[in-house]
Design a protein around this ligand. Sequence first.
Ligand SMILES: [Zn+2]
Ligand SMILES: [Zn+2]
Length: 208
Amino acid sequence: MRIDLHIHTQPRSTCSAIDPEELLEAARQAGLGGICLTEHQNRWPPEEVEELSRTGGIRIFQGNEVTTNRGDILVLGYDRDIKGVVAIQDLRKEVEAVGGLMIAAHPFRGFLLFGISQLQLSVEQACKRNVFQYVDGLEISNCKVTDPENDMARQVGERLGLVGVAGSDAHYPEEVGKCVMVFQREIRSERDLMEEIRARRFITEYLK
Ligand SMILES: [Zn+2]
Ligand SMILES: [Zn+2]
C-alpha cells in the first residue's frame, strides 16, 4: 500500500496551493492507497477527513506538523492543536504519554545554503543535533530538500537507529506522491500506520 505521509492543503496550511478536491485527483493519479494530512499547527475535524476519504475512495489519515524550538516535527497519534512554537521536550512528554510518534521533518533542510561540504559537517557531528534525542524517526526522503540533505538524514538515521520515513511535503498537486512509503500491509488506521512505521515494514521511494 502506497502512502504519502506529508501533505499540506489549503486553507488549513496557508502555504499550500492544494485544495482538497485536487488532492484526491492527484493522489489517484499517483496511484496512492492513502495519504496523511500534516497541516501546520492544526488538524481537520475527524468527520471532514472521513467525508473526504469516502468521496475520494482513498484512505486518509492525519498527523500534524508542529513547530518546535528544534525545527518542524511530524506528529502522529496526538490530536491536539498547538499554537506557536513549543519546546521539543514538552512535546515529547505529551506525545509519549498518548503513545504517539514523533518524526523530524526535513531535518537538514537549508544546510546546503551554508554548504554541507564547506562546513565539513560530518555524519558524526550531524548525529549530535539535539533534535534527534527527542524523535522516533526522521524524514530521509522529502521532495522539498536537496539530495545531499536527504542523504545526510538517511546516514544519520542509520547511525542513530532512527526509523527513516518518506513524505513529499506537497504544497502543489504535482508534488503529491513523489516521496512515498510502500507498506507491506494494508493500513486501516493511524494506529496501524504508527505500528507499521515502528516495525519498519515498508520501503521508501522517490519518484523524480
Ligand atoms: Zn516543515
Ligand atoms: Zn510540511
